[in-house]
Design a protein around this ligand. Sequence first.
Ligand SMILES: [Zn+2]
Length: 143
Amino acid sequence: MNVVTCPHCAAANPEYSKFCNQCGQQLTAAPTVVSPAAPHVLPMAQPASGKAVAALVLGILSLVLAGFTAGFFTGIPAMILGKLEKDEIAAGRAPVSGKSLARIGFWLGLAGTVISGIVVIALIIFLLARVGAVGPFGHWPHA
Ligand SMILES: [Zn+2]
C-alpha cells in the first residue's frame, strides 16, 4: 500500500488521505516527495522575508523618530507589517526565520508610537504652561 508522508510532521498516512492523522494538517497532492516548489513548505533555513526585515527597520526608525514626536509615521506601518508577517508565517506562507524580526518590529513600532504620544502630550503640557505664563495664572519663572 502506498502512503502519503505528511510534510508537517512526517507521519505516514494512507494513500489519498486529505488530512494528516498525526497533526491534522492538510496533505499535499504529491505523495511521499515534498516538492521544493510547494509554496507552503518553506525550509527553516530560508532567510527572513523582506516584509519581516521592513517591519524591524520601521520599528527601529519609529523609536528614533519618537524623540521628534513622529514615531507613529513608521511605528504604525511597522506594527501592521509585523502583524501581517506573523500571520503569513503562521499560515506557512513566509519563512519562519522572519518570526522574531516581525515580532520585534511590531513591538518597536508600538513602543515608538506610544513614546511619540507621550512626547506630544508632554509638549502640549509644556506649551500650555508657557501660555499660562502670559495668561492669568502668573508668570513663567524666568522666560
Ligand atoms: Zn502531520
